[in-house]
Design a protein around this ligand. Sequence first.
Ligand code: T46
Length: 145
Amino acid sequence: MGVTSRMPSGSVRLIDLPVVSDPRGDLTFVEGCNHVPFAIARVYYLYNVPVDAERGGHAHKVLQQVVFALSGSFRLKIDNGLEQSEFWLRNPRQGVLIDRLIWREMDAFSQGAVCMVLASHPYDEADYIRDYDTFLRAVRDSSCL
Ligand code: T46
């Protein structure tokens, strides 16, 4: 099992990608609106991450993302405003879909880890919620709609 987790109640789930294996190695592919539930508008990756670094620490208003460990491993901590969970990513075939209004933090990067993220929208700083109390208010307001 490449990912270990305690699943939160909603808005976060594992995504398993196909693999084609032969004596030359493994090939995995991902198609927007097929393997991930959105059209892929952006791909970015984190690398050269110090092992003691902490990344994330925010939520998004509309952005959906799928996070993969292409190489090495790291911890992804998830908070939906009601409960917390964590995933240990280490399998490049298995990602974590993070819906909107989910607080995420990442740490415990192994030496040489590479994190790839597929995103539903282009980069927009206005989509970030970087204050935790503001995040909790947004979750509360959203659940009252
Ligand atoms: C997320 C986690 C998993 C850009 O210019 N374009 C981009 O596409 C991104 C993602 C970032 N940036 C700039 C914005 C900041 O000046 O790069 C700088 C570092 O971004 P940030 O501090 O947000 O990086 P992380 O690793 O804390 O968070 C990133 C994503 O921003 C975020 O959406 O969910 O990875």
